[in-house]
Design a protein around this ligand. Sequence first.
Ligand code: ZN
Length: 591
Amino acid sequence: MHRYGLVAVAASFMIVSPAAECAELLLSPPPDCRFAIGQRFDIRAALPGAGALTWSVTLDGVPLAASESRSGIWLRRDVSLSTPGAHRVKAEARDEQGAVVGSAEREIHAVAWQGREKTRAKNVILLVSDGMGVAHRVAARTFLFGIKNGRPGGFLEMETLPVTGMLATSSLSGLVTDSAAAGHALATGTKTANWMLGVFPDETPDRDDDNARVEQLPSLLARTRGMVMGLVTTAAVGDATPAAFFVHTGDRGSDGAITGAYLAAAREGVLRVVMGGGRKSFPPGPGGALESFSSLGFAVGYDATSLAGALKTRPQRLLGLFHDSHMSTSFDVQHRGDPNVVKNFPDQPSLETMTRAALAVLAPNPRGFCLLVEGANIDRQAHAADQERMVWEVLAFDRAVAAAMEFAHATNEDADPANDTLVIVVTDHETGGVVLPGVGDPARLGTRDYVRTFDTGGLPDAADANRDGFPDDPNPAHKPIIHFAAGPDRYEDWQPQPRPIPAAIAAAGRDRVVYPNGDRDGGTGVLLTGVIENSVPTGSVYSPALYAHTAVDVPVAAYGPGAAALAGARDNTDVFPAILRAVGGSSGTPR
Ligand SMILES: [Zn+2]
């Protein structure tokens, strides 16, 4: 499944006359793909609608045998490149008369990563703040520390890493990426179409099994270096970002495939820690995913208390499922709103607690580990245009960064150069079009002039007296205004919502029409008009009632061996080779 334009492309070039002009084949990998040396990928050629064909596909002039070939499709699984630089894939299809009816040619690239550098990373901690742009981070910092004499009253942990850069995030199919294509870029170093994980788009959107695949980081690091992997998220564990590191599917929503991919990686001994929400995808009982994980030796926790209990047994494998669906926001877990929001899951661990637990399980591995930590609810709360919950999620993520940095400082500053850790804090895309236009004026509450710009707003109030890393008051009198620009119409009074509540509503019908939700600030706020689609046909995967992702660059920060490769303006596909080079000990910065 995907929404890439290839179907239309295929249709247009199949209107070729029967006099057999040579058509351009559909060829995967996509143009300009860059792979790591040894990274496995598939080569796929297709001429949709053609009859019996004879194929000739070469890599650098050497003929390749097909793994499978059927009506117009030629597929070779698990190719890899062994020398750095440019490589050429050529494909040619002939009809029964021997006439060439289709051809295509493509340059792809290979990057070296195994080298001789002495200081290399044994461990990698990759923290992904889903949806967090620069403005989300500044907003959280300002809520927590305020502005003192014109300077930030403090900086977040993630802002103190020595290397910082900016990443471009567009996907193969859109200016604006989704979390699947962005996660795919981080996990594989290549671009794919939105909604896809570990595969490249093709002309058969209704079937997954024939897509060209590409190997992800955990598999490559396990095969070549014996590293193990853990994943921690505040989303359901099968959500797009963690799934991008394990599954090969054209549809990020294919829950069964994702749980199955995790289970396969666990059976191979690669995947050692899985923590987050999504208990629904792990049915109990004989033959269920839960039993399968248990039988592989995974200790299981369902809340913060049982997680702490499981850790006491010093498990080598750990499964934590703390919510049926996505985990609650820290704002709700901390009872800053209506405590009933978390009444069914009152004891959910924080992202920091999960991160520390994962590190405790993974650290003893003699060949090193790669831990993925996702702050997923930053994105979700930005989609909902919920400023306080979003700020709380950025701050909760920052506590997880602090835990990762504590671990890395200990390994990197001791006498042993062979146990070092690379920490990367990265965002997959910006969500919400967040801007910070000013400070709220309590005297103008409920009016359009509540938002005061420049010095009319003055400086915001902020305090964290108990130093727990969260503001004492989620609604200070002079609060920093967070505005969400990339969304539908909504009402806004800039005051906290006691419960999560949609900002806009999509009415059912053949065409869904979006309108502002009067139950949210309808009587107390002002109408803010939006910029995204106001009606989207039924069946679309877009949700026009939510605030959208945007294409603005996102921040990346790094500490540890190989961190310098991420300085400056880069693309999200540059993170993957930077990790490999840090682990493999190859110097330099591939462009
Ligand atoms: Zn999102």
